[in-house]
Design a protein around this ligand. Structure first.
Ligand code: PHE
Length: 357
């Protein structure tokens, strides 16, 4: 047994590769291996002899086996080490120079607007694009035959024949999310609601699908002054200038009283749009103090609370900020346009790092 131990332990430690170790395992411990055959001889021994030979043989088998395992592990580790040396990758290298895709200006502006209002304490709320006429109209103080329904060029969804319920609509504005937010969160409340909206309209500054961001602040001491301050701060932060000329025009929305539309000074020169100078005005948002009936529809005590609300056209302000003359191009999926006006996916807008770089 001592001979066997010495022989195999020596051969195992001298083995040059894993295959040799495997051969040695078969030679010693395989079905017809030297040590295995010795174990079979145990049966022929008398009981006394077996008492000492049995445990000794088992110990030998164990010892040889673990020497084999250890040697195999050592070879595997060395092979892995070798592989890691050839397969290493310098992850500090710059990524491929060619740009594959870009962030769409709408997505970029959506993030910019969210960053600005988040800084003023507004959280983000969302609602469905297919709405009931209750949320899109009635709850916003636009009853059945109100002319505002027609003015909005609403897309109505089809109902099955004989189904008398009013049809669902593609929401014409993000204002229904005002009602949903009031129902869900109650007062006080400060949310913005960005999203897609739909109206049957098509020209240089209108597309059937476009984007708005709704703002809503409800509390016990909210006034028109708060609204004006928030919008001015927003516009300055968004256009990244110290002064932007805004025009608050008295207006009418069924869901706000009083109401104001806000225009921004701009110029169109040979199709180029510039903000802050010129003799033109582009309407960018509607706003006002939330109508008490709307607060009530959202389950809020209109005796105790007031609120302001506004709805900004995301596409409109994207056109203005980035000098994009035709709204329709936003949705043409023209790769050259997307490469020209798109943003790097690594430039996430934030107030600290800057909105647009
Ligand atoms: N919902 C209005 C629109 O789409 C905008 C608006 C929102 C006006 C909130 C006042 C208050 O035209």
């Amino acid at each position: 047994m001592d001979d066997l131990r010495e022989k195999y332990l020596g051969l195992i430690s001298d083995a040059a590769d894993e295959a040799t170790v495997e051969d040695l395992r078969v030679q010693a411990l395989g079905k017809k291996g030297e040590i295995s055959l010795k174990m079979r001889e145990l049966g022929k021994m008398d009981p006394e002899e077996r008492k000492t030979a049995g445990p000794a043989l088992n110990a030998l088998k164990e010892e040889v086996n673990s020497a084999i395992m250890a040697r195999k592990t050592a070879f595997a580790d060395a092979a892995l080490e070798e592989r890691l040396k050839t397969e290493w990758l310098d992850i500090t290298l710059p990524s491929r120079p060619e740009r594959r895709g870009t962030i769409h200006p709408i997505s970029q502006v959506w993030e910019e607007v969210t960053a600005i209002f988040a800084d003023m304490g507004f959280s983000v709320a969302e609602g469905p694009q297919i709405e009931t006429d209750w949320y899109n109209f009635d709850a916003l103080n636009i009853p059945g035959h109100h002319p505002a329904r027609a003015e909005m060029d609403t897309f109505y969804m089809h109902r099955a024949e004989g189904d008398e319920r009013p049809p669902h609509v593609l929401r014409t504005h993000t204002s229904p999310v005002q009602i949903r937010s009031m129902e869900k969160m109650g007062a006080p409340l400060r949310v913005i609601c960005p999203g897609r909206v739909y109206r049957a309209d098509y020209d240089q500054t209108h597309t059937p699908m476009f984007h708005q961001v709704e703002g809503l602040a409800v509390d016990t001491e909210i006034s028109m002054a708060n609204l004006k301050w928030c919008l001015e701060e927003f516009v300055k932060a968004f256009f990244e200038v110290d002064d932007v000329e805004l025009r608050f025009r008295a207006s009418h929305f069924p869901f706000t009283e009083p109401s104001a539309e806000v225009d921004i000074r701009c110029s169109w020169d040979k199709g180029q749009l510039k903000v802050g100078e010129g003799d033109d005005w582009l309407e960018i948002l509607g706003s006002g103090m939330v109508h008490p009936k709307v607060l009530a529809a959202g389950g809020i005590d209109a005796e105790k609370y007031q609120g302001f609300a506004f709805g900004v056209g995301i596409d409109r302000i994207a056109m203005l900020k980035y000098g994009i003359p035709d709204l329709r191009a936003f949705f043409d999926s023209d790769l050259r346009w997307l490469r020209h006006y798109g943003f790097s996916s690594l430039d996430q807008p934030g107030l600290v790092g800057g909105l647009s770089r």
